[in-house]
Design a binder for this molecule. Structure first.
Ligand code: TLP
Length: 346
């Protein structure tokens, strides 16, 4: 068992449990391009209901859900306001420019959080020689900031601003479930402040594939058309939707265990002088470890940890990221701390 690899690269590495696979096997299916997959339809109703929106659309990935939102809320030549470390800006391979013909205006957040005043200053005045600011995208929890939670009050302020200046709002809620479990604030409360929200089933919730976008019936019917254009029309997708339904029913509440594992990891690493962790940013299941004190590049450290069968990812030249999830136990977290201690002391 000690030879087992401890994989903290992401909560996306989880594999569907036997019970989830059974639910997938037993799913009633149909052709979803015809709108005839009963399990997909059920999932979409459940997710819309859970987030308090009129309709939902199942997508193969979180990236597609975010890009559908951008496509639905903008025209080519528009500008979208995002935080500079957002997933949309960092890891979606310039999709907004490729798929929607828009540019991103990137604003520096504090721990991933933007203020309404900052956003207001970045909204373009109406001038024919400037892009039109049409959409604000926020991320909750914020991945690259270390799983930080957006304060609801700040989102309310941004929402009021967006209403006043007629901008749409989208939430990248890939890990909104983690924010829910950590704060007790229901996803409906967050979602009420956005035109669209994307959520993922394939991260902490443990499904193999799948995300969803929610919004009004009108926006979702346009999103359905764009999903087809993007090549995301799926056929007997009920097999996947069954995993997502299982994830919603069984795997949300347990995210608190992942949060406890992240705090244990952060606490253990705090004893190492060369591994710096900003403890106030460890709010959910992500731990960012600043290794600049080791004077070694993150890539070299990753390689050394890998030989000890511990996998992390690089989040910057000297920053490593660890993500806790359902396929890693508390014992393995304690072992991970010991591996990092021993690698750094050798
Ligand atoms: N995040 C992945 C990587 O792409 C970095 C990870 O390992 O954390 N929004 C957020 C906030 C995300 O963290 C991710 C995935 C996505 C969207 C995209 O989801 P997928 O990978 O399903 O397209």
């Amino acid at each position: 068992m000690n030879n087992h690899i401890i994989d903290l690269r992401s909560d996306t590495v989880t594999r569907p449990s036997l019970a989830m696979r059974k639910a997938m096997m037993e799913a009633e299916v149909g052709d979803d391009v015809f709108g005839e997959d009963p399990t997909v339809n059920l999932l979409q109703r459940r997710v819309a209901e859970l987030l308090g929106k009129e309709d939902a659309l199942f997508t193969p990935s979180g990236v597609m859900a975010n890009q559908l939102a951008i496509k639905c809320h903008t025209q080519p030549g528009d500008e979208v306001l995002v935080e500079q470390d957002s997933h949309i800006f960092s890891y979606e391979t310039s999709a907004p420019s490729v798929l929607s013909g828009v540019q991103l205006s990137t604003l520096p957040g504090t721990n991933g959080i933007l203020t309404a005043a900052q956003i207001e200053a970045a909204i373009r005045p109406p001038a024919y020689f400037m892009p039109r600011s049409s959409l604000i995208c926020l991320e909750n929890t914020h991945n690259r900031a270390g799983g930080t939670i957006y304060p609801l009050e700040e989102i309310r302020e941004i929402h009021r601003l967006a209403q006043r200046r007629s901008l749409a709002m989208h939430l990248d809620g890939a890990r909104l479930w983690n924010a829910w479990v950590a704060t007790g604030i229901h996803p409906k409360e967050y979602a009420a402040l956005f035109d669209t929200v994307s959520v993922c089933f394939s991260k902490g919730l443990g499904a193999p594939v799948g995300s969803a976008i929610v919004g009004t019936r009108e926006v979702m019917s346009r999103a359905r058309k764009f999903r087809k254009i993007f090549g995301g029309g799926m056929r007997q997708a009920g097999i996947l939707a069954a995993a997502a339904l299982f994830a919603i029913d069984h795997n949300i509440d347990r995210l608190k265990e992942d949060h406890a594992k992240a705090s244990t990891l952060a606490e253990g690493l705090a004893e190492i002088p060369t591994a710096k962790i900003d403890r106030k940013r460890v709010q959910t299941n992500i731990v960012m470890i600043d290794m600049s004190g080791t004077r070694q590049p993150a890539s070299a450290l990753l390689g050394r940890l890998q030989t000890q069968r511990l996998l992390l990812t690089e989040a910057g030249p000297t920053v490593l990221r660890a993500v806790t999830h359902m396929d890693v136990s508390m014992d393995e977290i304690v072992r991970a701390v010991n591996i990092i201690k021993s690698v750094l002391s050798s």
